[in-house]
Design a protein around this ligand. Structure first.
Ligand SMILES: [Zn+2]
Length: 287
């Protein structure tokens, strides 16, 4: 497994993801009085990679850990940091419960059979953490609703609850002085549904909120490179366009695609079709 630790701006650093075992992007915002870490990682080994890089780069000592949403890959490593850990109130509630669950192979298999867990996460957990007997799951200690601002000595971290289809508890971390946003997974589809789904009610306002932030650089939770603002603008247009047409035409894939063609849609590529399918799935769910 290879990760790259990169400096993005004056105060922002990030560790690249690894899709082999679904390790997400981890972030560091470094201020005069200490550093804030964005997401714990999916195992003690993953956290160790980040902590070693923080040491090697001589960054200010970590003071806070932020967990962006309840998915295992973002929080399983919390105990490796021994830091005050902040999350949205829903995230803290969900993780306090999950910390008491049985995470053995048998229990995971049973939850997948019951539909309470998806095979993808089970398989990734087994791959990243084949041995889980001594795994300590430490839920967040601090919780907020809405927005929380943390000052790192002239460097601000804005934790903002944005929700979305991927996870209703999703927060983003905005570093306004550096014009960077850690998006984590907030703008992805709901992966716990098959097929993955988007809803107009959640996805469209979410993209509006992300673009309303004073920012030039956005880091997605599982993407190998930062997104420049124009790329997020383009993505938001595609999502809005697909969502609006599905909303108007309804659950008729052929008619939706005909309408996109009729409009001479230049963006009728694979990404747009994926987007249409996600909105159609959201419609069927009654979203
Ligand atoms: Zn996620």
């Amino acid at each position: 497994m290879t990760h790259a630790f990169n400096q993005l701006t004056d105060h922002v650093y990030w560790l690249s993801p690894d899709s082999t075992t679904d390790r997400p992007v981890l972030g560091v915002i470094a201020g005069a009085t200490g550093s804030l870490i964005v997401d714990a990682g999916n195992s003690p080994a993953h956290a160790r990679v980040l902590l070693d890089q923080i040491d090697a780069a001589n960054l200010p000592a970590p003071r806070y850990l932020v967990v962006t949403h309840w998915h295992w890959d973002h929080w399983f490593a919390t105990a490796a940091y021994n830091l005050p850990t902040v999350a949205h109130a829903s995230t803290r509630r969900i993780l306090a419960a999950q910390a008491t669950w049985d995470w053995s192979d048998a229990a995971l298999d049973a939850r997948v059979a019951q539909g309470a867990e998806i095979a993808f996460c089970r398989d990734m957990i087994k791959a990243e953490l084949p041995e889980r007997n001594r795994l300590v799951l430490r839920p967040p200690d601090l919780a907020f609703d809405g927005e929380l601002e943390i000052d790192l000595g002239g460097v601000t971290c804005r934790l903002i609850h944005v929700g979305g289809d991927h996870a209703a508890d999703s927060i983003i971390v905005h570093a306004p002085e550096d014009r960077v946003v850690f998006l984590s997974d907030c703008r992805y589809e709901d992966i716990y549904a098959t097929p993955r789904r988007y809803t107009v009610a959640n996805a469209l306002p979410l993209f509006d909120r992300l673009l309303a932030l004073e920012a030039d650089l956005y880091l997605g939770g599982h993407e190998p490179a930062p997104l420049l603002r124009p790329a997020l603008v383009e993505e938001a247009l595609r999502v809005r366009h697909a969502g609006k047409i599905v909303e108007r035409i309804g659950d008729d894939r052929v008619a939706v695609i005909d309408e996109l063609r009729r409009q001479g849609n230049l963006m009728l590529d694979e990404d747009t079709l994926d987007c249409v399918d996600a909105f159609l799935a959201g419609l069927r769910k009654g979203g």
